[in-house]
Design a protein around this ligand. Structure first.
Ligand SMILES: *Cc1c(COP(=O)(O)O)cnc(C)c1O
Length: 230
């Protein structure tokens, strides 16, 4: 199947999952996870109607931006970001999904401040406290959010999470639901530099479950572009 056909099919699946959950399909955006795919593939996905693109590696982001690959949609950074590379990402993307440590938060704030901009970010949450994953624990995030006032060049727009792989597909619901509860809870509070309305969760294999539990942005790679050749 072509990239365009894949995008059309995924959008139909998104609509179906939204309606089944009593949600408005317009409230869920499709972010194409474009890692390992070239500029032409990215352009095809954009023509087919993805809402934004998400890049994982700084090098790929820079190369494809130089080719104007993302023209027409916002570009997001979704991969692990090293503090020594923030200069190449801050101010160059609409949203960083993957702010996973206080150290990175401070580095992004410092660079955004230097550029005189406010950088939109999501806090990445390690929702199952997995050793192998980075991110804030729920408790760390809840303690940090009231302190965001001291990061004047950052605006927290929401949260991102990748739940553990579950043997029974609906076992992931409890993790997605924890994320949804966090975002609803923080939405009700009025913290400086915090304006939450994005919940980034769900990938090729679990986006319907994520939508059922309240995701507002799914990040899909394989189901759009096919298996990646590493
Ligand atoms: C690669 C990637 C995705 C997409 O994964 P697929 O299973 O290919 O849909 C989503 N989010 C992040 C952070 C990724 O690195």
């Amino acid at each position: 199947m072509s990239i365009a056909e894949n995008v059309t099919r995924i959008k139909a699946q998104m609509t179906k999952a939204a309606i089944a959950a009593g949600r408005d399909p317009k409230d869920i955006l499709l972010c194409a996870a474009t890692k390992m795919n070239d500029a032409d593939a990215v352009r095809e996905a954009i023509r087919a109607g993805v809402d934004c693109c998400g890049e994982n590696r700084v090098q790929e982001l820079t190369a494809k931006q130089a080719q104007n690959a993302y023209d027409g949609v916002p570009i997001h950074f979704i991969g692990h970001l090293q503090t020594n590379k923030v200069k190449q990402v801050v101010g160059k993307v609409a949203l960083i999904h993957s702010v996973d440590s206080l150290r990175l938060l401070e580095a992004v704030n410092k660079e955004a401040d230097r550029q005189g901009i406010v950088q939109d970010i999501l806090l990445e949450i390690n929702i199952a406290n997995e050793e192998s994953k980075s991110g804030f624990t729920l408790e760390e995030a809840e303690n940090l959010l009231p302190e965001m006032g001291r990061f004047s060049a950052i605006r927290v727009r929401g949260f991102m999470a990748i739940p553990p792989i579950c043997q029974i597909s609906t076992d992931n619901h409890k993790f997605f639901q924890k994320m949804y509860n966090l975002s609803v809870d923080i939405m009700r509070k009025k913290y400086d530099n915090v304006c939450v309305n994005i919940l980034s969760m769900g990938m090729s294999d679990d986006f319907a479950d994520a939508i059922a539990c309240g995701s507002t942005m799914i990040r899909v790679g394989t189901a759009i572009f096919g298996a990646r050749n590493y």
